[in-house]
Design a protein around this ligand. Structure first.
Ligand code: 5GP
Length: 203
């Protein structure tokens, strides 16, 4: 792992299946990590502190904001979410690619600060499929689902601002598309300066 890793922002309207997609993809990729966010949202069944999120109180989160601990942070559906700048930098320095699974507000903040970050938006095949997936999850109240659906339209309008858009219709295909974007990013000429220099030096 001689090169530093790259940052990939992955956003979607909630219920699009982005967590499943990303988890599946990284299971076979030892050099790609997902950044574990901090949140003030209570854990859902099966979620573990330090694995799915760092679950913290509002007070702790606000202290971390004050310390400048976040690369980005946002209020999503009434809870705070944020990405730890130290955790991301440490992974990048070790040569890992880092995926930030964050909402569109966070994506905007990261794009502004780190224009080199590659942004990817995951689209559902349709609103009907999105509604079905949100209800099928069975973890949220009706009120939360209807709020999420009305927000989804606004979120999907922001997809135009992303570098890449993947349609999550077939999970296998979407997984291949995501990996293809990551691989292609590493092949960009500007990322291969050292390789070119090494080849020339060995002449
Ligand atoms: P959930 O509560 O369903 O896990 O996540 C709700 C939303 O918050 C999702 O869109 C998710 O991508 C987003 N999210 C998770 N972590 C972060 C983060 O660190 N920053 C931002 N801005 N959004 C996040």
């Amino acid at each position: 792992m001689s090169q530093p890793g790259q940052i990939f922002i992955v956003s979607a309207a909630s219920g699009t299946g982005k967590t499943t997609l990303v988890s599946r993809m990284i299971a076979h990729q030892p050099f790609i990590r997902v950044s574990i966010s901090h949140t003030t949202r209570p854990p859902r069944d099966g979620e573990q502190d330090g694995t799915h999120y760092h679950f913290v109180s509002i007070r702790e989160f606000e202290d971390l904001i004050g310390q400048g601990a976040f690369l980005e942070h946002a209020d999503v559906f009434g809870n705070y979410y944020g990405t730890s700048v130290n955790a991301v930098n440490s992974l990048i320095e070790q040569g890992f690619d880092v995926i930030l699974e964050i909402d569109i507000q966070g994506a905007q903040q990261v794009r502004k600060q780190l224009p080199d970050a590659v942004s990817i938006f995951i689209l559902p095949p349709s609103f009907a499929v999105l509604a079905e997936r949100l209800m099928g999850r069975g973890t949220e109240s009706k009120d939360v689902i209807s709020r999420r659906l009305s927000k989804a339209h606004h979120e999907i309008e922001q997809a135009f601002l992303f570098d890449y858009v993947i349609i999550n219709k077939e999970l296998d295909q979407a997984e291949q598309d995501l990996l293809a974007i990551i691989r292609t990013s590493h092949l960009r000429g500007e990322k291969q300066q050292q390789t070119i220099t090494d080849v020339l030096a060995a002449d």
